[in-house]
Design a protein around this ligand. Structure first.
Ligand SMILES: Nc1ncnc2c1ncn2[C@@H]1O[C@H](COP(=O)(O)OP(=O)(O)OP(=O)(O)O)[C@@H](O)[C@H]1O
Length: 288
């Protein structure tokens, strides 16, 4: 299969009008995150290694975008650039009209939850969620913490320490923590990667509810094609060596989405198409 970032070809079960030109939020949508021809090079063995090459990626306000691609294609590097943990070697990162993520970080407009949940083991679930308030000198909003813990199915576990919680619960505490300061933009890097399929599916439903309730803009990195299709408005496929955006699909399912959509022919068609694309990229086929 030929992949193209500007593909307009219809796929089985996916009407042509639902496939939009590459890397664009829906027309008229306010662009919150705008990567313009962004490159990232790392020092490597006395030379340089290009992790990202001319990446164009636009995320609209309130959009849910999922990034998938073979290991090492630069998905986490994109998240780290947006989170201000790395700086671009070339190109521009514009966030809500400002140069770089500084304004987002300063004003707590950014929430981050990565696979390694990094909860403090000596604090309770409640205190871990409250931690960003304390670090930034914000008043601890007890009502909001209770609401977030409830939304994440953690009511009754407020006093539990991380080691007393399951992996899924710890991940949910980390997501609640990332949201306590009411960020507008949520960055999720494989937040459910280490969990079993059943727990993962349940958390996907909870995450969807949370995304709707909070009116969040979300960028999710995942290795699961099904997770990407279930959650996202758009799925973006990257290729490795160097990392580039190769393809994208707009996901047509209405919200709120029920797990039953995963059994629909349209879901299967999208899943097959994206999985095939990943297989080809993994095999290193020339897609240009
Ligand atoms: N700080 C760094 N220094 C040197 N190389 C790095 C650094 N960070 C990332 N890389 C390299 O950049 C490439 C992209 O890494 P990145 O973690 O973004 O990929 P990924 O798509 O998220 O991978 P995975 O799916 O396995 O998590 C990899 O080859 C990685 O080794």
């Amino acid at each position: 299969m030929q992949l193209s970032s500007t593909s307009t070809a219809a796929t089985a079960g996916t009407p042509a009008e639902e496939i939009i030109p590459a890397q664009q939020p829906a027309s008229g949508q306010h662009v919150l995150v705008d990567l313009k021809q962004v490159s990232k090079r790392f020092a490597s063995g006395g030379g340089e290694f290009t992790a990202l090459d001319n990446v164009d990626l636009h995320i609209g306000k309130y959009e849910f975008v999922a990034l998938i691609g073979p290991s090492g294609c630069g998905k986490s590097t994109i998240l780290r650039l947006i989170a201000g943990l790395e700086t671009p070697s070339g190109g521009k990162l514009v966030m809500d009209g400002c140069d770089g993520p500084g304004e987002f970080i300063k004003n707590n407009r950014l929430g981050v939850a990565f696979q390694d949940h990094a909860l403090l083991p000596w604090l309770s679930a409640w205190d871990n969620v409250a931690l960003p308030c304390k670090i930034t000198g914000h008043k601890v909003n007890e009502q909001r913490i209770a609401w977030l813990l409830n939304l994440m199915g953690l009511t009754g576990f407020e006093k539990s320490r991380p080691k007393q919680l399951s992996g899924g619960m710890r991940q949910r505490v980390a997501i609640a923590r990332s949201l306590v300061l009411r960020p507008e933009l949520l960055l999720l890097d494989e937040p459910f990667g280490a969990l079993d399929a059943v727990t993962r599916r349940r958390l996907n439903i909870e995450l969807q509810a949370l995304w709707s309730a909070e009116r969040l803009t979300t960028l999710l990195v995942t290795h699961s094609v099904e997770e990407a299709i279930f959650l996202a408005d758009r799925v973006i496929v990257m290729s490795p060596r160097p990392g580039r955006v190769r393809m994208e699909r707009r996901i047509p399912f209405q919200r709120p989405r029920q797990p039953e959509i995963m059994r629909s022919p349209q879901f299967h068609a999208l899943s097959d198409e994206l999985t095939l694309a990943l297989d080809e990229l993994e095999a290193g086929e020339d897609l240009c």
